[in-house]
Design a protein around this ligand. Structure first.
Ligand code: MN
Length: 129
């Protein structure tokens, strides 16, 4: 396997159990997973790496996922797909994530079997356009 072709995922999430679960699922499928537990940590990671996709929790301390997404999309990284990964499933939440600039939405609880293909499809649909 060509290690340089390993897709890099930045996962912004304040819950350690979720970070551990997603890392385990995606690393088993050949992804490289970088973690950030807050907006400021995400900015620090983005100075060092350029991910193929960002998975974004919405309920975060300091800066929420909506604001963080809007900031990343507006100035820094408009070309990197950002997918919300959130338990906010009230009516209108999906629209709110898309308005904030997210390219998609994955609902928590995380579907262990579906997640790798969900992530792959978001990466490949973005590289097509
Ligand atoms: Mn959270």
């Amino acid at each position: 396997m060509d290690i340089s072709a390993q897709p890099i995922i930045l996962y912004v999430e304040d819950n350690l159990d979720n970070r551990t679960l997603v890392r385990r699922i995606l690393e088993a499928e050949g992804f490289k997973v970088i973690e950030a537990s807050s907006g400021p940590e995400a900015f620090q990671q983005l100075e060092k790496i350029t991910p193929d996709l960002i998975l974004m929790d919405i309920n975060l301390p300091e800066i929420d996922g909506y604001t963080l997404t809007t900031t990343l999309k507006s100035k820094l990284l408009p070309h990197i797909p950002i997918v919300a990964l959130t338990a906010n499933v009230m009516k209108g939440d999906r629209e709110k994530t898309l308005q904030a600039g997210c390219d998609g939405y994955i609902q928590k609880p995380i579907d262990v079997d579906a997640l790798p293909n969900q992530v792959r499809s978001f990466i490949s649909s973005k590289t097509k356009d």
